[in-house]
Design a protein around this ligand. Structure first.
Ligand SMILES: [Fe+2]
Ligand SMILES: [Fe+2]
Length: 297
């Protein structure tokens, strides 16, 4: 096993997915009604736990994680700080904004130390903590989903959104398990990557379509168009005998990323009517940036 590789790959995963998980917990918390105070408290605990994990990952990443990842727009974007300020104000849910400042510095003041072997024991421990947290968060999300589809609970989050964030959490767990088992991430086929992320992008388009104000007809149709385009890509990807359309996926995802970027800016500047939290807009933008990096590899 290459220790440097293990350390860098683990940190890359935590920088992207650790933030994604803490934001999922925040979105869940923001969606509960006063009838589900216990669930709301539980969501807050997961938000805090993943926030702590992310802070540790950020502190250990300096000099180790590649510039390509740090500056890809999947860890943090130019919109994240304002999105966090606004989301904290709108929901009353506290957000540790120092993490964002540090992440921006990691990209802007990039440096390389080379050897990271001394961080191995800390990373090993961090991966174990993350796996335990993920088992809890996945089963928490599954309980919410079962309650919602069984009509025992009401939340402002769509059932499809809850399914979607369960899949993202399971992907994070699968990668961590792979790292712990093999010491590295075994090469995944482009087909697997594209099938997973084309579905995620399609669902983002569906969420955006469904969360816009009904008066935002142009944006509604644009989002619907992306949903249909990704549905076609997904179908192609899933049909076993066809070659995946990697360059088409890249071209579409760059266009969709630009759409999400304009959307995030429009929401932050109060120019778009919707029930989309600014941090949710930035969150789906980061996921598009992540997919673009994978497609360009
Ligand atoms: Fe997500
Ligand atoms: Fe997502």
């Amino acid at each position: 096993m290459n220790t440097n590789q293990y350390v860098a790959k683990s940190l890359e995963l935590h920088l992207f997915f650790g933030r994604i998980m803490k934001e999922h917990a925040l979105f869940l918390k923001a969606g509960f009604t006063p009838a589900n105070a216990a669930f709301s408290n539980q969501a807050m605990l997961y938000k805090n736990e993943f926030e702590q994990l992310l802070m540790r990952a950020v502190m250990l990443s300096d000099g180790v994680v590649s510039r390509k990842v740090l500056c890809s727009g999947e860890v943090v974007t130019e919109f994240t700080s304002l999105a966090e300020n606004q989301t904290e104000r709108f929901t009353g849910i506290p957000i540790n904004k120092e993490i964002t400042e540090r992440e921006l510095r990691l990209c802007n003041h990039y440096r390389v130390f080379g050897d990271a072997a001394d961080r191995y024991p800390l990373i090993k421990q961090m991966n174990r903590t993350a796996l335990k947290l993920l088992d809890g968060l996945i089963s928490f999300k599954e309980t919410i989903l079962n309650n919602v589809v069984g009509c025992e609970m009401f939340t402002m989050n769509y059932p499809l959104l809850i399914e979607h964030i369960i899949r993202e959490a399971k992907l994070y767990r699968d990668y961590l398990e792979m790292l712990e088992r093999d010491g590295d991430l075994t090469e995944q086929s482009m087909k697997e990557i594209e099938c997973f992320w084309n579905q995620i992008m399609m669902e983002h388009a569906l969420f955006i379509r469904g969360l816009l104000d009904p008066s935002e007809t142009d944006l509604f149709h644009a989002a619907d168009g992306f949903a249909q385009e990704y549905a076609a890509l997904l179908e192609n990807c899933r049909s076993a005998h066809q070659q995946t359309l990697t360059s088409e996926a890249l071209e579409k995802t760059i266009r969709f990323r630009d759409f999400k970027m304009a959307g995030t800016q429009g929401i932050e500047e109060c120019e778009i009517r919707s029930v989309i939290l600014p941090l949710l807009a930035d969150h789906v933008l980061r996921e598009a940036n992540h997919y673009i990096r994978l497609l360009q590899n």
